[in-house]
Design a protein around this ligand. Structure first.
Ligand SMILES: Cc1ncc(COP(=O)(O)O)c(C=O)c1O
Length: 381
């Protein structure tokens, strides 16, 4: 994390709320991912934080991309638009996956000329893709256990593994080609058994599909879920790497390319928020601090991402149990009802580390308060 003295200096210089993105940390996170998962090609899940500067840094550092909407596709495409046509097309095919299993017809029509790889998980989608994006390659998303994940996704996406082969057959019957399989074990997965079980399920489907002649299935996308080290209880990526590096070669032939869609792991620890105390009151015997950022803004993950972000003081000293609220007039704008903080004065800065994922990305302008100002540091490699 950027030093506390530097954060304070930047907040004085640029004002608050200030969302400080450390690009050196982004590059370190990508390097760490590649170090422990050398066979896995990381496709940054742009939705975690779609700031164009973040996308650019990860592009320059050699990441591939998971996009899940047309604007996200355009954002990545911005980095490759000046490449020669063949190189650009190769990049799209090799390094971008459109990983939203449900796509509007209009989106499919826009994607079609780019011949992208897209995920699907149901029959209706096959019909839509065949009609509006026949040039796309397909990846079938499987439903896998999301047990214990902070954000569970399996109730919204993924086909039952028992239906997988018939969905592969159905896609081919419409003239499409299924290139591989994907799954997502749930975001911030600390139960690594989810990955082990998902790999087993995917290996069974792949074997069956190949035995029925679908030999072009050469991709396995192991999704996101890689946990960010929010606290000491989160087991390190090194341990997950050990499991995956043993299971993947055991279960999948060498010709299967392994890709992943890490979002949170790459970006969570790369940003810190600095905010300011703008109000202070005692209510029902509890000290309440009001700061100039809240759950409609950078702390949106409290609502949308099931996250709890600690709010920290820069100064040391005896603490008391406090409530911390955001600046809007809505009571939902509650960051925490149980934060240990020292006595803070109006105008004092506080900070929230590891707040880069699913935070600024879902910030609104509710109640007239604009999203926090973004400051990029260490952008040059
Ligand atoms: C399809 C897909 N891929 C990747 C991600 C990123 O997951 P994470 O941030 O847990 O790595 C998500 C998150 O919702 C997703 O839906």
């Amino acid at each position: 994390m950027i030093s506390k003295s530097m954060l304070k200096k930047l907040a004085k210089q640029h004002g608050t709320p200030l969302f400080v993105v450390d690009h050196a940390q982004l590059r370190r996170n990508l390097a760490e991912f590649k170090r422990w998962l050398p066979r896995v090609q990381p496709y940054y899940a742009v939705k975690a934080n779609s700031d164009p500067e973040i996308v650019r840094t990860l592009y320059r550092a050699g990441a591939s991309f998971d996009v899940a909407s047309w604007p996200e596709f355009e954002l990545v495409h911005e980095n490759i638009k000046d490449l020669p046509a063949k190189e650009r097309q190769d990049y799209i095919w090799d390094k971008i996956i459109y990983a939203n299993p449900i796509k509007a017809n209009d989106t499919l029509r826009k994607l079609n000329p780019y011949k992208p790889l897209v995920t699907y998980d149901n029959l209706e989608e096959i019909g839509k893709i065949a009609k509006h994006a026949p040039q796309a390659g397909l990846v079938l998303r499987l439903k896998v256990p999301n047990t214990g994940a902070m954000v569970e996704l399996s109730s919204k996406f993924g086909c039952d593994p028992g239906q997988a082969v018939s969905l592969i057959e159905a896609a081919h019957a419409r003239g499409l080609t299924v290139e591989g399989l994907s799954f997502h074990v749930g975001s911030q997965t600390t139960n690594f058994q989810n990955y082990a079980q998902a790999l087993q399920l995917a290996a069974g489907v792949l074997k069956e599909a190949r035995s029925r002649g679908f030999t072009k299935m050469i991709q396995l996308d192991i999704g996101g879920g890689f946990p960010a080290p929010y606290d000491d209880n989160v087991r390190p990526i090194r341990e997950l790497g050990r499991l995956l590096n043993a299971e993947i070669p055991r279960l999948f032939p060498k010709d299967v390319a392994i890709l992943a869609e890490p979002g949170r792991f790459l970006v969570a620890t790369a940003a810190t928020l600095v905010a300011e105390v703008i109000g202070k009151a005692d209510r029902d015997g509890k000290r309440c601090y009001y700061i100039n950022d809240g759950v409609y803004h950078t702390f949106s993950g409290v609502i949308c991402d099931h996250m709890k972000y600690p709010v920290r003081a820069f100064k040391k000293g005896a603490t008391q149990l406090c409530a911390v609220f955001g600046p809007t007039c809505d009571a939902l704008d509650t960051i925490s009802l149980a934060e240990e903080l020292p006595e803070l004065e109006l105008g004092e800065f506080v900070y929230a580390p590891n707040i880069g994922a699913y935070s600024h990305a879902s910030s609104t302008s509710f109640n007239g308060f604009p999203p926090a100002k973004v400051l990029h540091v260490n952008q040059d490699a």
